[in-house]
Write a new protein. Sequence first.
Length: 277
Amino acid sequence: MKRRERPPAFQFYPDNYLSDPNVEMMSLEEQGANWRLICHAWKQEDIGTLPNDDTMLAALSRLGPERWEACKKNVLRAWDAAQDGILIQKRLVRELRKQQEHQKARQLGGKLGADRRWHTHRSPMGHPKVSHKKQMAKDGFSSPTPPSSSTAVTESTPAVPAAGGTDEPTGELSDNGWGTPEALVELYNQKTPDECPEVTTLSPARQIKAKKYLAMFSEREFWDQVCVEIHHSKFLRGLNNTPGHGKFVASFDWLLTKGQDGTENAVKVYEGQYRDS
């Protein structure tokens, strides 16, 4: 990949890094060497790869031949060796693919947006989605948001302070209104597949949680990619009946929670962990 076409950065998630068993086995010296190799692999024409050459790896890692020989076993646990003498960092390859798909999605979104502006006979909201309440009732559950405690999703909905009387931090508010719980709900309703339950109300609890997650992941691009990934997963769209889960569908509330492994569900979706193989 040419230098001007290469993305300047990739996503990094501390929780995933610290819990990686390969990293757990590395000393601090080995982790430092691994990070240098990762950065060099991102700069390669074929992103995510390095030559499987001890002399070069010793130099790139700054360990030198003697220390590289002592450390390489643990360092290379995080890499895959291909038959053509190349080392592959699969996480970087996945990151590149996600960025490329996200760019395509943004380009498509821009085209659709222009289409809707100039062809007013089309619905600006796309296909109708299943109501959140109807979907819950269909699945045999009652609505988690009683009407008395819910607030309609409107631009004038006031921010709700968290417990203790202080406001939760929000994501950075851009000129187009991004960074608010209302904007996140609108993006979810518009860009997730029709199978995902529509959010029709923004309760105080939802609003607090949305503000919390926007503080952690403030970039709209992150949430755009989450929505794109849901389209690529039959499981998240409720098209697979998985033992122990029944007919699960990725809802707005589910995205704003942690999984049993302690990782944010939105992060796992973003990383493509639910993508169809």
